[in-house]
Design a protein around this ligand. Structure first.
Ligand code: CA
Length: 275
C-alpha cells in the first residue's frame, strides 16, 4: 500500500514539476531579500534587519537567542555565529532604536498650588542661557524645591546624570531626578533666587542628552527679567482670584489663590533682576 501511495505522490510531483520549481524559486528569492530592507549602504541611518533573518535562534529577540545568518557578516570565527563568535565587517554600525529616536518635546517648571492643583510653566527651549530665557516667578516650595519636567517622545528607561549649572558651568544646589513614562522629573534644591541656570541630563536611555535653560526670579511675573512696579500692579489686579491655568504665575506662594501674601512677596523683591 505504501509503495502505491509513494508512486502516486511521485507521479503527482512529476506532473506538477513546473509549478513546484517556480515555488522553490520564489521561496529562494524571498529568502535572498529577507535581510535586504536597507535603503542604500549599511550605515547606522538606514540599516534594518527583519525579525526572521536575525532570529534563527527562536523565541524573542534577546542576547540569549540571537543568531545571525552567515551572509550578514564576516565569519572570522569558526562554526556557528553565536554571540561569542559573531563578527561584523568593518564599516558596520548598529544602533539602539530607543536612543536614536529620543527627542525632547518640551520642558516645564511645575508647581503644586494647593487644592488648585499643579500648573506647568513651559520653558523656551531655544533661548540661550544668557538670552531671553523663561523666568519662573513663583517661590521655591518648602521641602520640595523647584521641579523641572523634561517631556520626551518616547518612554524613558534610564538617566545617568542630572546637573544644574550657571553660566560659569558651576553646579548650583542639588539636582535629583525621577522617571514617569515619557517624563524625567528633576527636583532642584538650594538654587539661589535671581539666577539663570541650565538643567542638563545625560545617559538618557543609554546615550541620549537633553538640556533646558531658564531663570528663577521671584515676583517677575511679566518676564521682564527685573522685579518692578509693573509686577506689583499685575498681581494686585488679580487679587481674589482662585489659581487657574491662565493666572498661576501670579500665585507666587503657590497657595491656590492670589492674595495679600502674593502682593507682599512681590513688593519685598522690587529692584531685583537677573544677571
Ligand atoms: Ca497666593
Amino acid at each position: 500500500m505504501h509503495q502505491v501511495a509513494n508512486l502516486k505522490l511521485s507521479r503527482a510531483l512529476w506532473r506538477n514539476a513546473p509549478a513546484v520549481a517556480w515555488a522553490v524559486l520564489a521561496l529562494a528569492f524571498a529568502c535572498l531579500h529577507a535581510t535586504d530592507t536597507r535603503a542604500a549602504g549599511q550605515s547606522s541611518d538606514n540599516f534594518r534587519m527583519l525579525r526572521d533573518a536575525i532570529n534563527a535562534g527562536g523565541g524573542a529577540i534577546s542576547s540569549a537567542n540571537f543568531r545571525a545568518t552567515t551572509t550578514l557578516g564576516e565569519a572570522s570565527a569558526a562554526m556557528a555565529m553565536s554571540s561569542s563568535g559573531f563578527r561584523l565587517q568593518s564599516g558596520f554600525f548598529a544602533q539602539s532604536g530607543a536612543t536614536a529616536a529620543l527627542t525632547l518635546l518640551s520642558a516645564y517648571s511645575r508647581k503644586l498650588h494647593g487644592a488648585a492643583g499643579p500648573f506647568e510653566l513651559e520653558l523656551n527651549l531655544t533661548a540661550a542661557l544668557a538670552g531671553a530665557v523663561t523666568v519662573e516667578p513663583r517661590t521655591m516650595q518648602v521641602g520640595n524645591g523647584h521641579t523641572v519636567v523634561f517631556r520626551f517622545d518616547t518612554p524613558i528607561t534610564s538617566v545617568a546624570t542630572v546637573r544644574a549649572t550657571n553660566a560659569q558651568s558651576m553646579e548650583l544646589g542639588t539636582a535629583q531626578f525621577s522617571i514617569a513614562g515619557n517624563d524625567v522629573i528633576v527636583t532642584l534644591n538650594g538654587v539661589p533666587d535671581s539666577q539663570r541656570i541650565t538643567v542638563s541630563l545625560s545617559g538618557i536611555n543609554g546615550s541620549g542628552t537633553a538640556s533646558a535653560s531658564m531663570a528663577f526670579l521671584v515676583g517677575d511675573v511679566d518676564q521682564s527679567r527685573a522685579v518692578t512696579s509693573a509686577d506689583i500692579a499685575a498681581i494686585k489686579a488679580r487679587t481674589g482670584q482662585t489659581t487657574n491655568n491662565s493666572n498661576f504665575r501670579y500665585d507666587l506662594n503657590t497657595s491656590g489663590n492670589i492674595g495679600a501674601a502674593d502682593v507682599a512677596a512681590v513688593k519685598s523683591r522690587v529692584g531685583r533682576n537677573l544677571p
